[in-house]
Design a protein around this ligand. Structure first.
Ligand code: GDP
Ligand code: GDP
Length: 436
């Protein structure tokens, strides 16, 4: 599993600056989905080929005099969910009362903590560092988040604590067949759906799942096909109904998404689509996983209500027109069997093998129909395409001035490739390689 790092500190110490620097590729992706507001607190990041997840506790306007309530809660939650904590201090401002509050808390915390002196530029580093060493920290990392100076050293050291993170995770070892993650915010019906999927008569469940990991991995067979259900609701872990509601955790959800081949995003038809659903959907798209949307609790609605919900859905899910949507009732089992048809299609699309010649032909057709724009009097040239990976399918396009290709043109190409390759339920990623 990929390590999770929380960035904590007073407001204005530079957490978001560091976060944005480390998750830049994700920002570019976000820009591809205009109109999609999202929680920016969780990001996927890569440093020298090593992947990790970052949690930014920024955006909280805390009381500078002490740790204000909301900030404390956010930070504590992030610390709780993380494998390691990076505490940012502001070298320009020096130590402040609010820093002491966090430092005290982190002393009592069993996770590894990295102390950082940010904004070391334009200060006398020795003076700033000396002040911070008074906190008792064994090591302080000097950093200039705005220029990226010191980032590699800091993050490299954090990641060295998790040497196996790149190897196959626990889930991968245990997994069997296609991995399907069932995700969604609390109360949308994930547990009911998991039980329903496993309770079908055609299903043979194998393992007694372990209880150590966040999500539960359940191996089963359906119509002779092996699957692993990644159960973020923790259904099988609960010993009784009374042990009820599993704590909802974004990190747990994102880890499950990351480890899945296909994600079933469950939403509640009775509550309409709420911001949190869209955040999750945005995260799923960013992850590149294949996705099927299940609009649950479709039972007992009037046709008026159904029409209203469908209109709303069309409007809000426009940016993910490639995903198939199912209207289901996990409670009664209606529509659940059909979910598998979309899961299979999405999986097949996400993992189909692509041929260089075919991709290049599609590219040529797309460029012929609609040429990329001129930049400073020179037309962008896209010459050929080859496959770069699966789940998500990656198409690598070679040409000139490819760094100038507008996002709208890339979206156009994505659409054409998806249409020509008959891809359903999976995002497709375009990467460029330029010759000049
Ligand atoms: P956050 O509230 O902790 O997320 O802080 P931000 O990332 O929003 O940064 C607050 C301000 O500090 C912004 O104006 C940044 O440009 C600035 N800042 C962040 N890192 C550095 C740095 O390394 N050096 C300097 N001089 N300014 C920085
Ligand atoms: P989770 O928190 O996402 O795992 O949601 P649960 O599976 O625990 O379901 C939350 C509530 O919604 C429970 O009271 C379920 O009985 C109810 N529920 C789940 N699926 C359906 C459905 O398809 N129709 C209706 N009417 N209620 C449902």
């Amino acid at each position: 599993m990929i390590p999770v790092i929380a960035l904590v500190g007073r407001p204005n110490v530079g957490k978001s600056t560091l976060f944005n620097r480390l998750t830049r590729s994700r920002d570019a992706l976000v820009a591809n989905f205009p109109g999609l507001t999202r929680d920016r607190q969780y990001g996927d990041a890569v440093l020298e080929g090593r992947r990790f997840m970052l949690i930014d506790t920024g955006g909280i306007t805390g009381d500078e005099e002490g740790i204000d309530e909301a900030m404390a809660q956010q930070s504590l939650l992030a610390i709780d969910e993380a494998d390691a904590v990076v505490l940012l201090l502001d070298a320009k401002a020096g130590l402040m009362a609010a820093d002491h509050g966090l430092i005290d808390h982190l002393r009592g915390c069993s996770k590894p903590v990295f102390y950082v002196a940010n904004k070391i530029d334009g200060t006398d580093p020795n003076i700033a560092m000396a002040e911070f060493y008074q906190t008792g920290a064994k090591q302080i990392y000097p950093l200039t988040a705005t220029h990226g100076k010191g980032v590699r050293q800091l993050v490299g050291d954090v990641l060295d604590l998790f040497p196996d993170a790149d190897a196959a995770g626990e889930g991968q070892d245990q997994a069997h067949g296609k991995k399907i993650a069932i995700v969604g915010r609390p109360n949308v019906g994930k547990s009911t759906l998991v039980n329903r999927m496993l309770g079908e008569e055609r299903v043979v469940v194998y393992d007694q799942p372990g209880t150590t990991r966040d999500s539960i991995y359940i191996n089963y067979e359906r119509d002779g096909e092996p699957y692993t259900l990644i159960d973020t609701a923790g259904v099988r872990k609960r010993r009784s109904i009374r042990e009820t509601v599993e704590k909802f955790s974004i990190v747990k959800t994102l880890k499950a998404v990351d480890d899945a081949n296909v994600v079933v995003l469950v939403m509640d038809a009775r509550e309409n689509i709420v911001e949190q659903d869209l955040h999750l959907l945005g995260q799923v798209i960013d992850s590149g996983r294949a996705v099927v949307v299940a609009l649950n609790k479709w039972d007992g609605l009037s046709s008026d209500q159904k029409n209203r919900i469908k209109t709303e859905l069309d409007r809000r899910l426009r940016f993910i027109d490639f995903a198939e949507v199912h209207f289901i009732s996990a409670l009664h089992g209606t529509g659940v069997g059909h979910l598998y048809e979309s899961i299979e299609k999405a999986y097949a699309s996400a993992t189909q093998s692509l041929q260089t010649r075919h991709l290049t032909t599609i590219l040529e057709g797309a460029v012929y129909d609609h040429a990329p724009p001129m930049i400073n009097g020179r037309r962008i040239k896209l010459r050929y395409a080859h496959p770069g990976g699966q789940n998500p399918p990656i198409i690598v396009i070679h040409g000139n001035q490819t760094d100038k290709v507008p996002a709208s043109y890339t979206r156009y190409l994505e659409k054409i490739f998806r249409r020509e390759l008959k891809m359903v339920g999976t995002p497709v990623r375009i990467e460029y390689k330029t010759a000049d």
